[in-house]
Design a protein around this ligand. Structure first.
Ligand code: G
Ligand code: G
Ligand code: MN
Ligand code: NA
Length: 260
């Protein structure tokens, strides 16, 4: 909790930063989007990953403040990626349950898009299945308004959480991000039966997604073999160490850091 209580001052001191990990097309290898992953450059503890502070921030409610900073920083950085030879990737931002349930999300996002000039189509919001567990109408309404603006909505860690699929009917979802645990075991299908089951689950999720006009990104792709199997299944995009580790946007987009 001490760590959590230090978050607001750390935001003010500029100790947080974002790394980005590519979401790569399995068809042609282009970087379709990048996921923003928050890190804390802590003066005493060194660089802390989200595993060290996100759940604490969720418990204490400070995630609303931190998540607001992440959204603003992601929009600000992503706006600067346009103007290159290829279409600029969208930026995909994780939203905690509380961020989606709190009134004011729509206004916050609208204001950010206005202020930064980032086109709404270049922002993707990643929500988890647990965000949709409550029967509250407000989050659904907020996400509908955002989707109407053109913002992309992705379901993160799909297939590992709440399995009531009714929200897929009620929500304007753009993309399913399939949890890496189904990808980890993917091997040549003859090698082991568990791998065959993972592959069948993945294939079913891909056909569900495509039947609903959603795209599918598989997470946790670590090998060329896994990428090949996913392509064969019809998965649209992959994310994972095989395509690129999280890192600074400049490195990821193959650009020299801007002079400033
Ligand atoms: O970077 P790393 O692989 O350690 O990320 C671990 C998890 O932390 C990710 O799966 C993601 O869901 C979560 N995470 C990363 N950045 C953010 C963020 O800005 N907000 C929220 N709510 N979760 C994040
Ligand atoms: O939002 P989400 O929790 O899915 O964020 C992705 C998390 O998974 C990050 O913590 C990231 O560091 C981690 N990760 C990204 N690529 C890989 C990968 O290829 N393999 C494994 N094991 N973890 C990964
Ligand atoms: Mn995510
Ligand atoms: Na995920």
């Amino acid at each position: 909790y001490a760590l959590s209580a230090a978050i607001p001052a750390a935001i003010d001191r500029g100790e947080f930063f974002l790394d980005y990990q590519p979401l790569t097309s399995l068809r042609d290898g282009t970087v379709l989007g990048v996921e923003a992953l928050v890190r804390w450059r802590h003066p005493e503890l060194g660089i802390l990953g989200p595993g060290r502070f996100i759940s604490l921030a969720e418990e204490t409610g400070l995630i609303v403040r931190l998540g607001g900073w992440v959204l603003a920083e992601a929009c600000r950085e992503a706006e600067s990626w346009s103007g290159g030879p290829t279409p600029a990737p969208f930026v995909s931002v994780n939203l905690a349950v509380r961020q989606v349930h709190r009134p004011g999300l729509v206004q916050e996002v609208r204001a950010l898009l206005g202020r930064t000039g980032l086109p709404p189509e270049r922002l993707q919001l990643e929500i988890t299945e647990s965000t949709m567990m409550s029967t509250a109408e407000e989050p659904v309404q907020a996400l509908r308004v955002l989707a109407d603006l053109g913002v992309r909505i992705a379901i993160d860690d799909f297939g590992t959480g709440y399995s009531n699929l009714a929200y897929l009917r009620d929500l304007p979802v753009t993309e399913l991000k399939v949890a890496g645990e189904f990808v980890t075991g993917l091997r040549a299908p003859t090698v082991d039966p568990a791998s065959r089951t993972d592959e069948r689950i993945l294939a079913s999720l891909v056909s569900l997604a495509h039947a609903l006009d959603l795209t599918v990104t598989a997470e946790g792709v670590e090998t060329a073999g896994q990428a090949d199997r996913l392509r064969a299944i019809g998965c649209d995009a992959g994310q994972g160490w095989y395509f690129g580790r999280p890192g600074p946007a400049d490195r990821l987009l193959g650009r020299a850091p801007a002079l400033s």
